[in-house]
Design a protein around this ligand. Structure first.
Ligand SMILES: NC(=O)c1ccc[n+]([C@@H]2O[C@H](COP(=O)([O-])OP(=O)(O)OC[C@H]3O[C@@H](n4cnc5c(N)ncnc54)[C@H](OP(=O)(O)O)[C@@H]3O)[C@@H](O)[C@H]2O)c1
Length: 211
């Protein structure tokens, strides 16, 4: 199946490599066309570079928006029409960093990033917040573990989106575990109790139940 990846920076490039390893066909797009081109060349036949963000969605059933939270709304507005019948996967943490690297939340405390992003999407788009719980290097090194796979937590309010994102998580080499509805996206973010955890399925389910 075909997935678009918009944003081929630190995280998007890892997600792209993992999905391609699992057999997904990719359409890549980034503000930096050269970074998308380099990544496509590394991946080989499974990846093509799209002419732009809208073009990346051509023929794709899902899109991963591997973008900083502060640019997310602008890109969603740019590609809104074609998003209407797609799974939209958002790994973005609602944070920004100052010149000294100090990270702060860009949404008011307690406001769910999942609910905010859902409000930006057109009717018919199916949102799952996923793939943003681990730093890119840890994500890269934690895929396809055996005998116990690493869990990637996700949240969604849409059953079909849940099935679709679970397929993508498995394709990338992880075991999916739903952490709740979009209101619970804070659990996945920087500072959330499920962020930065490399755990297997049993421990993941006990963490979900413990909340
Ligand atoms: N990196 C991690 O370890 C990590 C872990 C968990 C979650 N996340 C989340 O993942 C998101 C991406 O993080 P990142 O570290 O991958 O950031 P990044 O390295 O800055 O990558 C973002 C990519 O988005 C591209 N971009 C910016 N504006 C765009 C536009 N209008 N259209 C298309 N592409 C555009 C950038 O291109 P240019 O470089 O040309 O601007 C860049 O390739 C963030 O929200 C972050 O919270 C990251």
């Amino acid at each position: 199946m075909t997935t678009a990846i918009i944003g081929t920076g630190g995280l998007g490039s890892v997600i792209a490599r993992q999905l391609a390893s699992g057999g997904e066909t990719l359409r890549l797009s980034s503000a930096d066309h050269e970074s998308a081109r380099t990544l496509a060349a590394q991946i080989g036949r499974a990846a093509v570079v799209a002419a732009g963000n809208r073009d990346a969605l051509q023929g794709a059933g899902a899109v991963v928006l591997a973008l900083r939270f502060t640019v997310l709304k602008g890109v969603i507005d740019e590609i809104a029409g074609p998003l209407a019948d797609k799974l939209v996967v958002v790994p973005s943490n609602p944070v920004s960093a100052d010149a000294h690297g100090n990270v702060s939340r860009v949404l008011p405390e307690g406001q769910s990033s999942g609910k905010v992003v859902a409000g930006w999407l057109p009717a018919g788009a199916r949102l799952a917040m996923a793939f943003g719980t681990l730093p890119a290097d840890l994500l890269e090194s934690s895929g396809n573990r055996s005998p116990e796979p690493t869990v990637l937590f996700y949240v969604t309010g849409d059953d079909r989106a849940g099935e679709e994102v679970e397929r993508l998580i498995r394709t990338a080499g992880f075991e999916p575990v739903k952490a709740g509805e979009l209101e619970q996206s804070g659990r996945l973010e920087v500072g959330g109790d499920l962020h930065d955890l490399v755990v297997g399925p049993a421990e993941a389910r006990s963490l979900i139940g413990a909340a």
